[in-house]
Design a protein around this ligand. Structure first.
Ligand SMILES: CC/C=C\C/C=C/C(=O)SCCNC(=O)CCNC(=O)[C@H](O)C(C)(C)COP(=O)(O)OP(=O)(O)OC[C@H]1O[C@@H](n2cnc3c(N)ncnc32)[C@H](O)[C@@H]1OP(=O)(O)O
Length: 727
């Protein structure tokens, strides 16, 4: 696993691992590192040591899977870092590619660090629910000071070599061969004193107002953490470095690390890390798979429609360096859209400049605006992003099918519409695919990729590749109303509204779900998205509006419970933030600060009186269970129907597109922690109380899993013998 060379009085320790392209520490690597260091120390012919990675990558840190294995790999790294630091012979780290987590902590034990100009460094442990537990929380503040260490450790962000140089994290940045530069430096250092380079012996640089700084920093860390434990414990470990000698700080670090390691949050976050990577390996029930399908190159793309979604999609494509044509129906819409896109791009360019990057968008070869479909003749891929109207989308796709070159891919940005119906008006249904972006599209990471009955594996692979280039998480799902995300969202929002009928207020329901960890509760979310969006869809479905059959009961549709509350609000022009009033009131139309609205409270009382609904007190447990368990229940149906190929797909969708708290691992992971028998029992209870709500009736798949003894989440799919896509 490790190559050790004695070469010209220099000991070269090379991390390498024959089976993985990334080097992460297994027990064997740690053991070899320790043995190598001891050998170098004991051999009088060795005068200096250089540590580097194989194949141009230093190390991705500890093997994350090891944290949930019984012998907890990686936990022995701290003493090895100390061993490096104590070495009487100069040790130089040659950082190429990445040095993350334990990888970077190893370099902190080294006496000098040289990085390649393209190297990235970071301590991302916080993102997997941990802290840098190999003495990193004690060494980093000593090296670069408390504010910078706090930022790097509590956010887990990666930093570039040039930033690392500015911060003093590395001593030198080189453009050529890093290992040779490190060897040269190590040779120069032979016989030089090393005491001042041992970080454990250095004091933490003082700040004139350390106490006030830490108090303020803690408030910020907690606010950003939104219920996640790791950032705060990272903070505590760094604080210990400012207050205690190194050895005591290390003891505190270990204590805090163990709290995190045994917390459910670390497990959930590590599950989320692997889930995100698992969804890249997509498959469909018909046997198409990432293994056999190859993406086609996208050299030029087009976006049709410059509304909110289109603007964000254009911005994402420009940022991904894909030349793009932005198309609108007429010059007036085009000019409005162009202004909005340019504004977004200017803001993005400013953000990127702060990170030392540039964004070129004033070049017509990169970004072109047009009203004529003829400009689409040479594009490789079109993303249609007009509003949700089947007739309009079909008209556009028919036109695209005639104008675009035969090999061009046609994508529709839709949140619920039938991909097959849209594809049916083209002569190339195999190249039609749904790409459901989330608003704002240049910010949100999720891209739901929906294959239709005829979509080819190449088309899916191309859409997935596009997601990757746009730095999004693509999740391949089947075609059904609402796909995965919105389909699971419908029962959740529906329960939230039913709870209002029964006695809750919007702010009560939102509070419970925000305390659970959602970024915003269902009512704040509806106000943000606009209540008119759902209203239009319900009118299209004939659930409300002029097409509703006369005499239809106000609170029933097709024999099931229905709440007209959102329709009534829309009829009063309360569309949410955009009109300054929705489930909440806002300071003005377009305002962002939601305030509970006494008008809504009396409107709800009147409504309950009119429909003779007895108001009752609804506790937090019921709010949480009814909202979350119906969402999860729908998830089990989705899995049973083969709309998604595993629970991790649903979890990745929810974490990246719906503000589900990542430290709870996603809805299906959460279900596995609550226990499927508990979920089933609660759904049965609520379903008996509300027999007219089919969404509360437990999914057959959930029942089956409980009957099979509540197997672990990894095994769920093996209990489905045959998957079939409903559409
Ligand atoms: C008491 C002492 C305690 C602790 C000491 C040390 C703690 C740690 O070091 S914790 C680990 C810290 N490191 C990380 O969090 C890095 C995680 N990895 C990444 O961020 C990325 O993988 C990457 C930036 C390193 C590379 O990104 P990319 O090139 O996009 O590749 P992938 O993400 O697709 O990864 C490829 C492949 O490798 C697996 N993998 C990556 N890092 C780890 C790891 N640290 N442990 C285990 N596995 C890792 C990843 O899952 C992919 O696997 P598959 O190909 O099977 O999907």
């Amino acid at each position: 696993i490790q190559n050790l060379f004695i070469w010209n009085r220099l000991f070269l320790l090379v991390f390498c691992n024959s089976t993985e392209s990334l080097i992460y520490f297994s027990l064997a690597v740690l053991q070899a590192l320790e043995d190598g260091l001891k050998r170098a120390d004991a051999d009088p012919s060795v005068k200096a040591v250089t540590i580097c990675g194989e194949n141009g990558k230093f190390s991705a840190g500890a093997d994350i899977r090891g944290f949930s294995s019984p012998n907890k790999q990686g936990l022995g790294l701290g003493p090895i870092v100390s061993l490096i630091e104590r070495s009487e012979k100069p040790v130089v780290a040659a950082i190429e590619g990445i040095a993350l987590g334990g990888g970077l902590e190893v370099t902190l034990g080294c006496h000098y660090r040289i990085a390649h100009v393209q190297a990235r460094m970071g301590l991302p442990e916080v993102t997997i629910g941990l802290l840098p537990g190999a003495e990193g929380t004690q060494r980093l503040p000593r090296l670069i000071g408390v504010p910078a260490a706090l930022d790097i450790i509590t956010t887990g962000r990666h930093i570039s070599a040039s930033e690392a140089l500015k911060l003093g994290l590395v001593d030198e940045v080189v453009e050529e061969n890093t290992v040779e530069a490190a060897i040269r430096l190590a040779n120069r250092l032979i016989g030089q004193p090393l005491g001042h380079r041992r970080l454990s012996l250095k004091p933490v640089p003082k700040l004139p107002n350390m106490e006030a700084f830490l108090t303020e920093a803690l408030v910020k860390v907690k606010k950003r953490a939104q219920g996640c434990l790791a950032p705060e414990l990272c903070f505590q470990a760094i604080k210990a470095a400012t207050e205690q000698p190194f050895a005591d700080g290390v003891r505190k670090e270990r204590e805090l690390f163990n709290i995190l390691l045994t917390s459910g949050q670390a497990k959930a976050l590590q599950y989320a890390f692997f889930a995100e990577r698992a969804v890249e390996k997509w498959t469909t029930p018909s046997g198409a798979s990432w293994k056999t399908a190859s993406p086609q190159p996208i050299r030029k793309a087009a976006v049709i429609g410059l509304g909110t979604m289109g603007r964000g999609i254009v911005t994402s494509l420009v940022k991904a360096k894909i030349p793009v044509v932005a198309l609108e129906q007429d010059l007036e819409y085009l000019n409005t859209g162009r202004k909005a896109v340019m504004l977004l791009l200017e803001r993005e360019a400013m953000k990127m400049e702060q990170g030392g990057q540039t964004l070129d968008f004033n070049n017509p070869a990169r970004l072109q605006f047009a009203v004529d479909f003829d400009v689409l003749r040479d594009v490789d891929l079109v993303i249609e992003a007009v509003f949700e109207n089947m007739a309009l989308k079909k008209e556009i796709f028919n036109k695209l099918s005639r104008i675009c070159k035969p090999e061009a891919f046609l994508c529709t940005n839709t949140s619920a519409l039938n991909i097959d119906e849209i594809a049916s008006v083209t002569s190339r249904p195999q190249q039609v695919i749904g790409t459901h972006f989330f608003s704002p599209a240049h910010v949100m990471r999720l891209l739901e990729i929906i294959y239709g009955r005829h979509t080819s594996p190449t088309t899916i692979a191309t859409a997935m590749q596009l997601a990757k280039v746009m730095k999004k998480v693509g999740v391949v799902v089947g075609n059904c109303f609402g796909f995965v995300g919105n389909r699971m969202m419908f029962p959740y929002v529906q329960q939230a509204v039913f709870l209002l009928e029964e006695g809750s207020r919007p702010e009560d329901v939102d509070q419970v779900l925000e305390d659970f960890g959602f970024k915003i509760g269902p009512f704040r979310m509806s106000d943000l998205a606009g209540l008119d969006v759902g209203w239009r869809s319900r009118k299209d479905q004939g659930l409300t509006g002029p097409t509703l059959a006369p005499g239809t009961s106000a609170r029933q549709r097709h024999g099931y419970r229905y709440s007209p509350l959102p329709d009534l609000l829309c009829e009063k022009g309360r569309f949410g933030q955009k009109t300054g009033k929705g489930w909440y009131q806002y300071e003005k139309a377009g305002g962002r600060t939601a305030k509970p609205d006494p008008w809504i409270h009396s409107f709800l009382s009147e409504y309950r009186d009119t429909h003779q609904i007895k108001t009752r007190f609804i506790d937090q447990e019921e709010i949480l269970e009814r909202c979350l368990f119906t969402l999860i229940n729908e998830g089990f149906d989705i899995l049973a129907e083969g709309i998604a190929s595993g629970p991790e797909h649903l979890d990745v969708v929810y974490i990246n597109g719906y503000g589900w708290p990542k430290h709870r691992g996603g809805p299906m992971f959460y279900a596995s922690t609550v226990g499927l028998p508990n979920i089933l029992a609660k759904l049965q209870k609520y379903s008996e109380i509300h027999p007219d709500v089919p969404q509360l009736r437990p999914s057959a798949f959930l029942k089956k899993l409980v009957a099979m003894g509540n197997p672990p989440l990894n095994d769920w799919m093996s209990y489905l013998h045959r998957q079939s896509n409903k559409l």
